[in-house]
Design a protein around this ligand. Structure first.
Ligand code: FES
Length: 108
């Protein structure tokens, strides 16, 4: 039997708007963001030098890396300036007050 494709990671009430939380799914660190009430999940590790994107600044649906300010779209993990790097993005769903994140990244 294959594992459930979605993993419960946090209560909606525990991830306030503009905040984030780092979760681990199958040994992979994923940053879950609440951007204005909508939830997004991307790889937590910045592809530049490895900072935790969960500690970045969120404005709209963009997160800015806390170390050197690379910016990523929370919606799909692409960079907002240029296309020389990206992070994986994961589908998110909310049910019964719980945030669920896809076990596998969305196909880019
Ligand atoms: S580690 Fe993220 S921009 Fe440098």
């Amino acid at each position: 039997m294959s594992p459930d494709p979605y993993v419960p990671v946090a209560a909606v009430a525990d991830v306030h708007p503009g905040r984030s939380r780092t979760v681990e799914i199958d040994g992979r660190e994923i940053a879950v963001f609440n951007a204005g009430g909508a939830f997004y999940a991307i790889d937590n590790t910045c592809p530049h030098q490895g900072a935790a994107l969960s500690e970045g600044w969120v404005e709209g649906t963009t997160v800015t890396c806390p170390w050197h300010a690379w910016c990523f779209n929370l919606t799909d993990g692409t960079m907002t300036i240029g296309a020389f790097a990206a992070v994986d993005a994961f589908d998110v769903k909310v049910a019964d007050g719980t945030i669920f994140v896809s076990r596998t990244p969305r196909a880019s």
